[in-house]
Design a protein. Structure first.
Length: 85
């Protein structure tokens, strides 16, 4: 089924993820993640998997999402109250 895009109103479109403050967010995320033992353990298991093979470690999605939400809150509180993820 083909849906023509010509009828879309560009003024009503929005990005799924904000690119604004992307570098700041990445820096804050990596600073925080690099201070958490569970992430360091995951990173080590990933390194071993890549170099030695075996079972791939499961990505800690929920924990990373929690960190991302906390970083988003920091950006809203201290950088830009109008920031949206």
């Amino acid at each position: 089924m083909f849906i023509p895009l010509l009828s879309l109103d560009p003024s009503k479109l929005r990005l799924l993820r904000s690119e604004k403050y992307a570098d700041l967010k990445n820096e804050l995320m990596m600073q925080r993640l690099s201070s958490l033992q569970w992430f360091l353990d995951y990173r080590e298991r990933l390194r071993k998997y890549r170099s030695e093979g075996g079972d791939a470690p499961r990505y800690p999605s929920k924990r990373v999402e929690e960190v991302e939400r906390a970083v988003d809150d920091v950006i809203v509180r201290y950088v830009d109250p109008s920031y949206e993820r």
